[in-house]
Ligand binder design. Structure first.
Ligand SMILES: [Zn+2]
Ligand SMILES: [Zn+2]
Length: 506
């Protein structure tokens, strides 16, 4: 029924009548504590973090101690109150039993002392089944990983491992076994804990604070020099894994010799192994070296940079590349050396440049290094418009052609397209999402092969961004010239593979 003005009025009157209900609550933290301690041994940190959303300007251990001491005092009060014929219980439990739970399950010293004092004054109340354990059993949630002693040992171990690195900042993290999360979820649902801190967050925070103090270096969340991971995936004995983020050094190189590739060139035949994968025989192609070429610009530079930085691997990212038999003169080519797992970061770069030039001056020359970043490497790689791309294409013809006829056409293709510019209007298949304009692209080479009367196979090397399918079909004369117009037979590209991407040649 649509709301009439009368209905609205009724609603408003109802709202006015609503009153705030006052509900008187009994403290529930102690009740929750007693039910947890009936079942579990817990360290202060694990107990406290179950209530980490309660109270500010404190920490998990202090939270735990506050609740446990409060409960100890509550029990003490009831013990004093006890009369000969009137005994008080808390949550249906004898306060002495609760004190034993606190003392034995958490090791709270005040509860232990309180019990000892009580029994000295009331020896008749000593009961056989209520003992005071000298040592608490390991924490059910963290197996005592979050205790002071364990954390201190862990920090010391990290400190020793980290000594060999030169770094300005770090980040610490943990890999936790998924079973840990399940254990915590189960614990929380069992005891109605709604919003506690997780074990992982707790451990990361405690370690971060301790390490900052010990190492006297700040933590950094984005691209830290060192990443320290505490691995608890396989066992509760922490494995420490340290990764040093790459060092990026930018410079320009000139290459004065031929037959020196830009980067290390592994033997394609054995994939750098030097031997046959299965038979173990020496590779006939590289004679066991695993390399196509004994050296490269990358190798010559790495030879100096690796020992100086203590890195594990050096990778050259060039702003394009030249053929290995081409020289690179003039201003040279910009490049970035990526040093993986470096130990030293603060180096005399000028000295390093001089060393490289002194040792390999006949082959290469390197300008002074400056520190760069991964972003710069990405920029280098983005220039794909100027790359050369090699494609393989299987083409289907609309009418059969003989081998002789095809050979004539192949020669025409070679003549009209190789090293020639073509005009391409945005293809019909993409024009709905790209601006309709005509681009000029360079076709570097086309190799043709006759497959059968209805198929030919093409190997095309073209400028980045060339539409190869349209180069074949002509796309309603939007690409010109095209292979279809040269053949004067309608054709389509049946299969297309990008087989190689070459960066701009200088
Ligand atoms: Zn614990
Ligand atoms: Zn080989």
């Amino acid at each position: 029924m649509p709301d009439s003005p009368e209905n609205f009025e009724e609603e408003e009157i109802k709202e006015e009548k609503e009153e705030i209900k006052i509900i008187n609550m009994e403290p529930s933290l102690y009740k929750q504590t007693v039910s947890i301690l009936r079942y579990h041994n817990l360290c202060f940190e694990c107990f406290g973090r179950q209530f980490s959303f309660l109270g500010t300007a404190t920490n998990n251990t202090d939270r735990a101690k506050a609740i446990l001491l409060g409960l100890t005092m509550e029990c003490h009060q009831l013990l004093i109150k006890n009369l000969v014929l009137e005994k008080f219980t808390l949550f249906d439990q004898n306060p002495l039993e609760i004190l034993h739970l606190i003392a034995n399950r958490t090791g709270l010293i005040q509860a232990k002392k309180m019990l000892e004092k009580w029994y000295r004054a009331h020896p008749d109340e000593v009961q056989d089944h209520l003992t005071i354990n000298s040592i608490r059993s390991p924490c059910d949630l963290c197996t005592d990983l979050l205790t002071d002693t364990t954390l201190q040992t862990l920090v010391q171990k990290i400190q020793i491992l980290i000594r060999k690195y030169d770094y300005n900042n770090f980040l610490v993290g943990t890999y936790v076994n998924p079973a840990q999360g399940d254990k915590e979820d189960e614990f929380r649902s069992k005891f109605g804990v709604t919003n506690g801190e997780s074990f992982k967050a707790n451990l990361n925070r405690l370690l971060g604070v301790r390490l900052q103090k010990t190492l006297q270096k700040p933590t950094k969340f984005e691209k830290p020099d060192l990443t320290i991971m505490v691995n608890l995936r396989e066992s509760n004995i922490p494995k420490i894994e340290i990764t040093s983020s790459p060092l990026y050094l930018r410079a320009r190189y000139l290459k004065f010799v031929r037959d020196l590739p830009q980067t290390h060139w592994h033997c394609h035949f054995c994939r750098g192994r030097g031997t046959h994968k299965f038979t173990g025989e020496i590779c006939p192609e590289c004679h066991g070296s695993g390399d196509m070429f004994p050296s490269s610009v990358e190798d010559l530079i790495a030879e100096t940079l690796l020992p100086a930085t203590g890195g594990e691997k050096a990778i050259l990212h060039g702003a394009g590349r030249e053929d290995l038999d081409a020289r690179c003169l003039g201003a040279g080519r910009e490049f970035i050396m990526e040093i993986k797992e470096p130990r030293s970061r603060h180096l005399n770069y000028l000295e390093l440049t001089q060393t490289i030039n002194k040792q390999h001056g006949k082959s290469i020359h390197v300008t002074n290094f400056t520190v760069a970043s991964k972003k710069d490497v990405i920029k280098f790689k983005k220039n794909s418009e100027f790359n050369k791309k090699k494609y393989h294409a299987l083409v289907e013809l609309a009418q059969p052609i003989s081998l002789e006829e095809a050979n004539v056409k192949f020669a025409m293709v070679s003549e009209q397209l190789c090293e020639k510019k073509i005009k391409q209007r945005t293809p019909l298949r993409v024009v709905h999402r790209r601006p309709d304009k005509t681009r000029t692209k360079i076709i570097y080479s086309i190799e043709c092969k006759y497959v059968d009367p209805l198929h030919i196979y093409l190997k095309v090397l073209a400028q980045g961004g060339t539409y190869i399918k349209e180069l074949i079909s002509g796309d309603n004369f939007r690409t010109s010239p095209s292979i279809a117009t040269i053949f004067n037979i309608p054709m389509v590209c049946a299969e297309l593979d990008v087989v190689q991407i070459e960066e701009l040649q200088v």
